[in-house]
Design a protein. Structure first.
Length: 163
């Protein structure tokens, strides 16, 4: 099972690469809280429009309970909900999440994670995207990452383009 937080979906929509997700994972599950964040009035218009009518490969699941764990208190509602859902499906789950605190908490709970850069790296390794171009488009958003990390990913994984 693949569960996505708001951030990877947001950035993949913004850079025009969201369609790599079904090619990598077939189906991606989000929570109702993630959907709320994607369609929030402050969300980028392109993202909100995409999320208003999500593609068939996106499955939306409502959380049946309130999350009251102290360990998740510092996280946003979307991150709390995806970690809680991932924990239910552990170990056969991959969590798509960028937030450093959320990733640390997921790892602490033995939940496998990958962020936007890793998704793009994996897609490039299959020839689904040009990694350099994807990183260039990502740099035109408000995505924050050290340039040295981008250069390292490009150096280690090559600038493989679509086949």
């Amino acid at each position: 099972m693949v569960i996505a937080d708001t951030s990877p979906l947001n950035y993949l929509v913004l850079i025009g690469s969201v369609e790599i997700l079904p090619r990598l994972y077939q189906t991606v599950t989000i929570t109702d809280r993630v959907l709320d964040e994607l369609t929030h009035p402050e969300a980028p218009a392109r993202v909100a429009a995409w999320a208003a009518q999500p593609p068939e490969w996106i499955k939306v699941g409502a959380m049946a309970y309130e999350i009251v764990e102290t360990a998740l208190a510092d996280l946003g509602a979307g991150e709390q909900s995806v970690i809680a859902l991932a924990e239910i499906h552990r170990p056969d789950v991959l969590l798509l999440v960028d937030d450093a605190k959320a990733r640390s908490e997921a790892v602490r709970r033995n939940i496998a994670t990958v962020g936007t850069l890793g998704i793009l790296r994996d897609a490039a390794s299959l020839g689904l995207v040009d990694l350099g171009e994807a990183f260039e488009r990502l740099s035109r958003t408000n995505f924050r990452v050290r340039t040295s990390i981008l250069k390292d990913v490009l150096r280690r994984h090559g600038n493989r383009g679509p086949v």
